[in-house]
Design a protein. Sequence first.
Lengths: 370, 301, 175
Amino acid sequence: MKKIATGNKAVAEAVKQIQPAVIAAYPITPQTEIVEQIAEFVSSGELKSRYIPVESEHSAMAACIGASITGVRTFTATSSHGLLYMHEMTNWAAGARLPVVMANVNRSIGPGWNIWAEHTDAMQERDTGWLQVYVSTVQEAYDTTLMAFRIAEHNDVLLPVMVNLDGFSLSHIMQPLDTVETGDFLPPMYLPHAIDPKNPAGYGGLTGPEQHFKFRWDIERSMRDSVKIIDETEKDFANRFGRKYGFTEDYQCDDADVVIVSMGTLGKEAEVAIDMLRREGVRAGSMRLRWLRPFPKLNLKGKEIVVIDRDYSFGFGGVLAKSIQAQQKTDVFSVIAGLGGQEVTYEDIADFIRKRRIGEEFWFGVNDHV
Amino acid sequence: MISLQELDTIGEIPQEEYVLKCTSACAGCSDSLALRYVLKAAGPDTVLVVPACCTSVIQGIYPNTAFNIPVYNIAFAAAAACASGMSNAFRATGKKTNVIVYAGDGGTLDIGIQSMSGAFERGTDFLYICYDNEAYGNTGMQRSGATPMGARTTTTPTGKIDAKKDIDAIIAAHNPPYMATAAAAYPQDLFKKVQKALTFRGPSFIHVLAPCPPGWRFSTEKTVEIGKLAVKSGMWILYEREFGKLTINPQSKAAMKRPVPLEEYLAPQGRFKGIDAKTFETLRQHLVKNIKKLSAEEAEE
Amino acid sequence: MFEIRIHSRGGQGGVTAARLLALSAIHDGKYATACPFYGAERRGAPIVSFVRIDDNPIRIYSQIKKPDMVVVLDASVMDVVDVLNGLKKGGKVLINSAHPREFAGFSSSHADLTGIALRENLVVAGSPILNTPVLGALAKMGIISVDSAKKSIREMFTDERNVKAAETAYREMSA
């Protein structure tokens, strides 16, 4: 059905479609609309979930963990400081192999208080064992949330999935939304290690040096296996509902001499920059990275690479730029832009490409010239 | 509803054991002693949620477990929140499984107080048991909010200056349908209180005094004796509060009338060795005040 | 692409007006996005919302710098904000005013949205509701169709007075 919705509302619509047994969440700008919409769906009876209005994000994730281990679907949503506050529990959810699905509305970290888009919050979660996907449209937020449950719950994966959407620029924008009936796209959840008093077991107790690393390796093995499951799931989704995504969304990359890599809404806006450059005769392309974890093998061989990071790892560099540089074994032009909602237009993005200096780092708005 | 008078001898407690032999507990541990009776009272359809505490160790080391019911270990601050998710999930799927948090005093009074308060405020259907050994035992006896004034710990080497936090008053402020105090030294009383707590819908709380031989510095065979002295001296008062109505246990009523001198409770414990007269007097006055307060509350209609 | 910037004050319904406008354009068979520029939520503070309408999917998320049209729901924001900033030459201005206002170099229109809201008794918490009457004015200016405007209002509001207010604005406005 055709409707119009914000990114936040699209996530809530997807959750309504999934009907998790338990939802535990704590409000934070700019995620609040997800929580409010879910509360409304629950009170109107459209959503049959038990909604736990927890007192903190740490407890939100702890409650999802407690519910998930009984073998039911769970969902939460957060942003920024909320995500950091639950950091201990995000690690726990992954280590406990629980298919919790969470929407994270990307927002910067204080001080000072800034409520606008930045990827630093989720970047600080990248080593926790969560699968991470970044979306760029309202429709994609909806579709990806649906897919997230299937991927997380697949018994070759059994890891939590974080769906990231840019604060305000996507969470609050109104775009067309086509909702679907998932039907058997999402099979019934089966958690092989679900807690069962008839078959008592200890979960997460003391684990010695001769055992612990095996569990760590097992997470990595599943992370690697998830590549196939993500691929299968995205293909099945495309077959059923006609919308295709993938690990990256490539735009005019095939014959491009230079490709700009970015995530989220900037990745969409970059396409407009590519159209401009193509009219100028510049053979440029855009690669919007959707899945950050597992980090996909990027097809960038022989291209000059420009990377936009809406994040930064102090004392090191833009996380995406450094990751791509390492994977491709080549220098890139690293642009740090859009921090704390800094305005970045397609014209700016075109400029990043035009004036690229491979091997250098450029802070948009700080350095005078590209 | 089970009356506290119905069960008179330890022989009436079920034979089934859920805390099996060969736990990793210290000799004379009252945490595992208390848990043995908690689980006998709760029965097999129970999940224990355990934050970081002595019980994380006592249950055994992977791949072994000494408990014959499912145990879900969770991060220090998160037990009540985890239990709240679990209880909701069980109820959502029509299961009546008991969800019991078994947490130490650190995980309850200190780092876990926020999630506990939230879970009580939300009316979570669960039982929260705090076994109180009055310090961070598992990490080698550092002070906690539950450490009494004058007690020496590794972080209060000359004795704690501050008083013990009144967690029961904090819980009472949440108006749970049922809350009680108990002691590992009185297993029948504990057993009955757990059984009773589990008959209520919503959150219930039991605060169990759990003397710790290495932490409190007394010899291992004295665990029960020390626990009884805590009650007989009036330092620990056994009671229950049902929908706000307080009933003090007969054992404590007797103790209130003819208390054993406080010295007799403190003297065998190395942690109070060398306690100065002023601190001792403050502890004693606090004890008297607490007895008065609870007696007055019970007398109220 | 047709780009519209809406100026209002927090609590006047500027954000909802943007959403209704985008929804109407979608009902007209076009692509549209509505995006408010958010700060902390503050009643009375000047705010701007952006609406983009196009025949193709819209991939731009940044703010509108050179709008084709400016809508001013509260003329008092003009004291603190340059509402004409970046407006394309010959661009349209719609202002909520009982009297005509001329903006040199631009195509100026006015509608007494406040008056209409008060007559229809569309007042919430003491403030007249402007976001539904403005749709009638926008329809009269040919930005969206009347049918789509009414359809959008009905999807977002149950109170039929909102539709009536839009109809009144459509009827009374001199395009």
